[in-house]
Design a protein around this ligand. Structure first.
Ligand code: F0G
Length: 482
């Protein structure tokens, strides 16, 4: 069936669902927002949710559930071992991905822990289209290195390229001949490539990567956490798949990989995660780590309710009307920002709208964390919480210097089925105000800095009294308004 889409006259995409449960939100006055920014060390991860108006930190574990998911939670079969709920989930994964073997885990990084403990030897190098924070840290804590083989065009901030997440095949061949296949435990493809702006990978590219891996006997690994958005983009943008159904596209992807893992906090509108494969050998190598780190083999750290909701959520991921909502809202938000000449990553991808802090705050020195400063100043200006995806999200180089990120992004995630269009428009209005006043925004510096994954718990401060100046301008422009 054709993909029927409807846009209103002002190009608002039409949702194919209605909202039946709501949660009240609070918008604090800007003076209180400045106080909570100071209390949270200018790190949006450390803000209390009660101080946040629109939580665009992440889509992880905060996508809205459907009535069918909530209903399924009531019929969960509670048991430590051999729960019917587990078998329903296992069967759903087999139905969708055609894989027979499933290891449940409590979230995506737990799958990364198990995979990397099993496959990495010190001195190994993992090849990836692009790293994700936790996927890289799990390689390095096990003594491995990561090389990113994204094409140069993939990390151009503004582009017309439809599949910016594609791995550069020339770079892949070069890396294999330089390193030797025996030093490469696996090649990892991340669909919906998170840190470059939720950018999709084409099936054409996955086919080429998979064929090269087979030829050299290297394990091909798919991080399917952001698969839902990527499925939508393949259907929209890849000629061969325009007439294929979402289940057919999913199958075409899954058959290319030896090993697949996912965070169900993203995929399947749920919580939890898993590793799936048809390789008995890989399954046997990894399975003992599940009871050691996660829980028994039939829950792996997930509650039975979460597993029931995930089973239904995976079904909904096969429904075009469900998975198009995120990317369509993001495209709308991007369009509105572009109309106002605000620098963002283009083309817009999945997961969220990504502001380009490299340009937005080009007067802030790179060592003072442009994306971090943008995250802090946008919270101050609006109560909208985004996530820094730039240099703060990179740990330091071994010599102690800052590892300057390729991109300085402020990610404004649009968790699926959560926000309304007026809320998206509010965020756009406030971003536009901040852009007009960007010269008032200054940099940040660390006052407490963890060694690993510093962005989660690190605390920073403003390098000058710029937050107070921004507040004063806000009051001058908006009077008593929040
Ligand atoms: N892989 C990708 C592509 C991810 O985006 C994430 C999480 C993980 C793995 C790890 O999964 O959180 O369940 O342990 N991304 C979240 C985010 C944290 O906000 O982008 P997890």
């Amino acid at each position: 069936m054709a993909n029927i889409k409807y846009y209103t006259e002002d190009h608002i995409p039409l949702e194919m669902h209605k909202v039946r449960i709501i949660q009240k939100l609070h918008l604090l006055p800007i003076e209180d927002r400045l106080k909570s920014l100071n209390d949270s060390g200018y790190n949006t991860f450390l803000l209390k949710n009660r101080d946040v108006f629109l939580d665009m930190l992440t889509d992880s574990g905060v996508n809205a559930m459907s009535d069918r998911q909530q209903a399924a939670m009531l019929v969960a079969d509670d048991s430590y071992a051999g729960s019917e709920t587990f078998y329903r989930l296992e069967q759903k994964l087999t139905e969708i991905f055609k894989t027979k073997l499933f290891l449940p885990v409590h979230q995506g990084r737990a799958a990364e822990n198990i995979i990397n403990r099993t496959l990495i030897k010190p001195g190994d190098t993992v090849l990836m289209n692009y790293h994700f924070t936790t996927s890289k840290s799990h390689v390095t804590v096990n003594g491995g290195l990561v090389e990113e083989l994204i094409s140069d065009a993939g990390i151009e901030e503004e582009s017309e390229l439809l599949f910016k997440g594609d791995m550069d095949i020339g770079k892949l061949n070069e890396a294999i001949s330089r390193l030797g296949a025996d030093k490469i435990p696996y090649v990892r493809i991340e669909v919906g490539t998170n840190l470059i702006g939720g950018q999709p990978v084409s099936i054409q590219n996955m086919r080429e990567v998979s064929a090269i891996c087979k030829q050299h006997n290297i394990i091909s690994l798919l991080d399917a956490s952001l698969l839902a958005d990527n499925l939508h983009f393949i259907k929209q943008r890849e000629e061969e798949f325009k007439t294929k159904s979402i289940p057919e596209i999913t199958e075409a992807i899954a058959e290319l990989f030896d090993l697949i893992y996912f965070s169900a906090r993203k995929l399947g509108y749920g919580r939890g995660g898993g590793i799936i494969t048809n390789s008995q050998q890989l399954f046997d190598q990894m399975k003992e780590l599940v009871p050691l780190y996660e829980g028994f083999m039939t829950y792996g750290g997930m509650s039975v309710r979460e597993m029931e909701a995930l089973t239904i959520g995976l079904d909904e991921t096969m429904d075009e009307d469900m998975i198009n909502q995120g990317p369509e809202f993001i495209a709308f938000m991007a369009e509105e920002l572009l109309k106002r000449k605000i620098p963002i990553i283009t083309p817009p991808g999945g997961l969220g709208c990504h502001l380009n802090a490299m340009k937005f705050l080009d007067h802030v020195p790179r060592g003072e964390y442009r994306a971090g400063a943008l995250a802090a100043s946008l919270y101050l200006a609006s109560g909208v919480r985004g996530m820094e995806r730039g240099t703060v999200s990179e740990d330091r180089n071994p010599d102690g210097s800052d590892h300057l990120a390729n991109m300085e992004l402020l990610r404004l995630a649009l968790p699926r089925r959560v926000f309304t269009m007026s809320q998206v428009k509010y965020a756009v209005d406030r971003i536009a105000w901040l852009y007009d006043n960007r010269h008032l925004v200054g940099g940040l510096r660390f006052v407490e800095e963890p060694k690993v994954l510093r962005f989660f718990l690190g605390r920073l401060e403003a390098v000058s009294d710029w937050p107070q100046k921004l507040l004063e301008k806000f009051r001058a422009d908006f009077g008593d308004s929040l």
